[in-house]
Design a protein around this ligand. Structure first.
Ligand code: PDD
Length: 290
């Protein structure tokens, strides 16, 4: 099926969609993005993604390109025109097109907006049933990992190292502390059955899925601590799992080829995965409300 993309005011077949060579997203990674899961044609955690997009824009002092309502209209159109039932929407907003110079352009430069869609949401259930391998990789990112910028080179290099090691993800660590993974948030379960995940600081992306799973876990009666944890603690944890838009809740069964506990997916991770799936299955048209 041919894909339709929204690019700066126009809906185009994706093959014909183009951006300018002096787009600052291309030249300086001067832009932000969101990836949203679409489940049965409606978005998961849509309000959370829009809120984070606006926050990222604000942190970089990129003008908001349009109202939330106008952007929602476009996202809905992209879902509809691409016939997305289970899939993802990608949206990027960057500072726009200007002759290459490091400072922000002066004058009336409009932010660039691109929205695309892909079919297929989350890894197959069989992947989660078996659990996944991860490798530990030094976190080489900048000091503002809380901003969801398109500057993803360290993440891409870490994910490539994982792919070359036949692993699903790269667990990022800095000074012994696990921050998150290359495209998901990291969690562990202690021997005392306490769930632990890195607090929301500049060192991690405040995952929208992380926030939803955190609420679900607390509502289900689990004890959750948001505190830094070490790579050593992760390797000796009772369970380790990942959360994210393209991951849902994913049990980790080995780290650097060493099993986590008995090397089988943990019961907490599987329970939270089921709860997250039930949340997705329960989404209705009201999911578009912001
Ligand atoms: N990435 N941490 C990082 C570094 C991420 O890139 C992502 C998501 C997450 C999870 O956040 P959320 O739950 O809001 O998806 C955590 C997206 C999926 C991507 O880059 O494709």
């Amino acid at each position: 099926m041919s894909h339709v993309a929204y690019v700066n005011g126009r809906y185009l077949p994706q093959k014909q969609a183009q951006v300018h060579i002096e787009d600052r997203g291309y030249q300086f990674a001067d832009g932000v993005y969101e990836v949203i899961c679409v489940w049965n044609g409606v978005p998961a955690d849509y309000a959370g993604h829009l809120k984070r997009l606006n926050r990222s824009l604000n942190e970089l002092r990129i003008a908001s390109p349009m109202s939330d309502g106008a952007l929602t209209f476009i996202v809905k159109e992209i879902v509809r025109r691409n016939h997305v039932s289970q899939g993802t929407v990608y949206m990027q907003v960057n500072r726009g097109v200007a002759p290459r110079a490091h400072p922000f352009p002066t004058g009336n430069v409009k932010p660039s907006v691109v929205v695309t869609a892909k079919h297929g949401a989350g890894p197959a259930e069989s992947v989660a049933e078996k659990g996944v391998k991860v490798i530990a990789v030094v976190d080489q990112r900048w000091g503002r990992c809380d901003i969801k910028t398109v500057g993803l080179l360290p993440n891409a290099l870490a994910k490539q190292a994982a792919a070359e090691g036949k692993a699903f993800e790269a667990l990022l660590h800095r000074d012994g502390i696990v921050t998150e993974a290359s495209a998901s948030n990291a969690w562990l379960v202690t021997k005392d059955q306490i769930l632990v995940t890195h607090p929301v600081t500049n060192a991690i992306l405040a995952g929208v899925t992380r926030g939803t799973v955190l609420k679900m876990a607390r509502a289900a009666g689990y004890k959750v601590e948001e505190r830094p944890f070490t790579l050593d603690e992760t390797k000796t944890a009772k369970e380790v799992f990942l959360t994210g838009t393209t991951t849902f809740v994913m049990p980790v069964v080995t780290i650097d080829d060493r099993p986590v506990a008995n090397g089988a997916p943990g019961t907490v991770a599987l329970d939270l995965r089921q709860r997250y799936r039930a949340y997705l299955d329960g989404l209705t048209e009201t999911a578009w409300n912001v």
